[in-house]
Design a protein around this ligand. Structure first.
Ligand code: FAD
Length: 561
């Protein structure tokens, strides 16, 4: 009888065990988990801390007993695998309660050990009031260490886990300070796409220190800590949560000589086999192919871990199953803001030196005339030559993930901006628009690629341009009322409906950048100007995107008078 041993009993490990049993009723499956729980939702833990989820049990999808009853898997919790002997096909396991260890033989071994929180070199990280969130015992420790309300909590790291904890602790009534080393929150997105989220966080009364690496944690006699950054800014905290990212847990794999990739994850092939064909690995611990960059990547997300586990189980059961790779699709929802991303970001493309074009598209989640419509801001990255979609990011209040999921599906199928333009989606006024924002992004990209309405970008704009005739003239085609409420520094105002009559006011031969509020009127104006022989460009995302890029360069003529 084939003996399969699985290390790690949560997302990847438990999924693989269940799938394998569904495919093979006969093999023996042993699931070894270091912690006290298996098959629980890590993703729900921030919401348990915030009290949105009322009981720990709601996070536990299976207990060792229920898993055994349903899947006939021998589950051993509190058992840590210490070493792998590849020659004799045995693992050495420590029973953590007794400290005793024993050998466990395998025909096939599957590793799903996950990823552990990164610990930066900050003094006093081992202080009892400095905690990280990886598993249920961590969650219980954080809940037990929360100060009486309203307490002061500092969170180090403005990624997913840090932000989700921030929202939940804020809802509990604590004063939360966020420390992020980079100059933006959620650094997995392009900076301008997070500007709106930063505004939302500040409006909620959260203290945010951006571009602010924590340099020291100084214990106070009362048990609290002073959090200090390199510029000597400080906050006193009754609890500090460390959330600066995770790194693949590869010690076990490394010590038995399995190949480790350049990014520090276990190297696997598309059947999820490691460099030893008898050992499979899945989840946060592995390096996986990124379908857009064609390079290995690390991706600590639950969906990919579970799909990889299914592929590994299929192959262990004798099927021929392949994991295609990832494109990094994710969403985060907090304080009524939804931000989602798929494929690569502009910063990644720049880092990789890959050619790209980009656009911003402002729309709404459903038809504007139907009550309750909310704005969505979409950024699309694509190949200017072929039109292949490289990535997308969206932010808004609702149904952002739906749009990003659509684009993710196109990316996986090798889709182009022309495909987005002709994409066929559900529409009724309360759920969408006849021309969905995804279609609109496709239209804009196609107009850009064909030079019908080529795009310009605020990322290339600089404040001194209005005094430099060699630079583009920036034309605001909104109404005088809108212009008076704030416009791009030095912009000339000619409303779109007056443009044909006043076109002679514009210098021929000078490049013209046209903007309105969201991009529609500027598109029409760009076409009028190009039809009249002007070298006109539609500035992508118009004024709303300018606010995300250069809020300090908005001119308010009425308020200055
Ligand atoms: P894990 O689920 O972490 O399981 C690994 C297990 O292996 C651990 O229980 C560990 O104890 C055990 N183990 C390790 N070494 C050994 C050993 N030597 N012997 C025995 N056992 C061992 N992803 C999303 O897609 N969406 C989300 O909203 C989301 N939210 C998250 C929120 C939080 C707070 C956290 C921590 C993660 C979140 N994730 C989210 C990420 C997601 O949970 C992980 O990507 C997923 O759990 C990875 O699965 P895995 O099997 O690789 O690792």
């Amino acid at each position: 009888m084939k003996r399969v041993v699985i290390v790690g009993g949560v997302a990847g490990g438990a999924t693989a065990a269940a799938r394998l049993r569904r495919l093979d009723e006969k093999c023996s499956i042993v699931l070894l988990e270091r912690g006290p729980y298996i098959s629980y939702s890590n993703c729900g833990m921030p919401y348990r801390i915030g009290g949105v989820i009322e009981d720990d049990d709601e996070l536990l999808l299976q207990t060792p007993q229920s898993f055994h009853r349903r899947f006939n898997v021998e589950v051993r919790v509190g058992e840590e695998v210490l070493t792998i002997d590849r020659a004799s096909h045995k693992v050495r396991v420590k029973h953590l309660a007794s400290g005793e260890d024993y050998e466990e033989p395998y025909d096939v071994l599957l590793l799903s050990p996950g990823a552990s929180p990164i610990k930066p070199p900050i003094p006093n990280l081992d202080h009892p009031k400095v905690l990280a969130l990886r598993d249920i015992p961590d969650m219980q420790r954080i809940m037990a260490s929360l100060p009486p309300k309203p307490g002061h909590v500092s969170i180090i790291g403005g990624g997913f886990i840090g932000l989700e904890l921030l929202e939940n602790l804020h809802h509990l009534g604590h004063a939360v300070a966020l420390w992020e080393m980079l100059p933006q929150v959620l650094p997995v997105l392009d900076a301008e796409m997070t500007a709106g989220l930063t505004r939302v966080l500040l409006k909620q009364g959260v203290t945010i220190h951006l571009g602010s690496a924590v340099a020291a944690l100084e214990p106070l006699p009362d048990g609290n800590l002073i959090v200090r950054n390199g510029d000597d800014e400080t906050e006193e905290a009754q609890l500090v949560i460390l959330a600066v990212g995770v790194k693949p847990e590869v010690m076990l794999a490394q010590s038995c000589g399995l190949e480790i990739g350049a990014l520090g994850g276990i190297r696997v092939n598309d059947r999820m086999q490691t460099s030893d064909p008898a050992i499979y690995a899945v989840g946060d611990a592995v390096e996986i192919m990124h379908l857009v960059t064609g390079k290995p990547t690390l991706l600590a997300l639950a969906g990919p871990a579970q799909r990889q586990a299914r592929v590994a189980a299929d192959n262990i059961a004798g099927l021929d199953s392949h994991f295609p790779g990832v494109i990094g699709t994710f969403v985060i929802k907090l304080f009524n803001s939804e931000l989602a991303c798929t494929g690569v970001t502009e910063s990644q493309l720049i880092r990789l030196g890959m050619p790209y074009r980009k656009l911003y598209c402002h729309g709404q989640d459903h038809a504007g005339y139907y009550p309750g419509a909310t704005p969505i801001n979409l950024k699309l990255l694509y190949d200017g030559e072929s039109g292949h979609i490289l990535g997308a990011q969206g932010c808004g209040q609702k149904d952002v993930a739906r749009r990003i999921d659509i684009i993710a599906s196109y990316i996986k199928m090798g889709g182009t901006t022309a495909d987005l333009a002709q994409g066929e989606f559900c529409y009724a006024p309360q759920v969408g628009s006849a021309k969905d924002i995804v279609n609109m992004a496709g239209f804009i990209a196609e107009n850009d690629r064909s030079a019908i309405a080529p795009l310009a970008h605020w990322s290339d704009w600089q404040p001194g341009w209005q005094n430099d005739p060699t630079k583009p003239l920036v034309l605001d085609v909104r109404s005088p009322g809108e212009y008076a409420q704030g416009h791009v520094l030095g912009a000339l105002n000619i409303p779109v409906n007056d443009l044909r009559a006043r076109i002679s006011e514009l210098p021929k031969g000078r490049r013209i950048w046209v903007y309105c509020r969201m991009g529609q009127r500027s598109h029409i104006a760009t076409r009028i100007l190009r039809g009249a022989g002007y070298d006109a460009y539609n500035v992508s995302g118009s004024f709303l995107t300018f606010l995300d890029h250069h809020p300090e360069s908005v001119e308010y003529p009425t308020s200055q008078e």
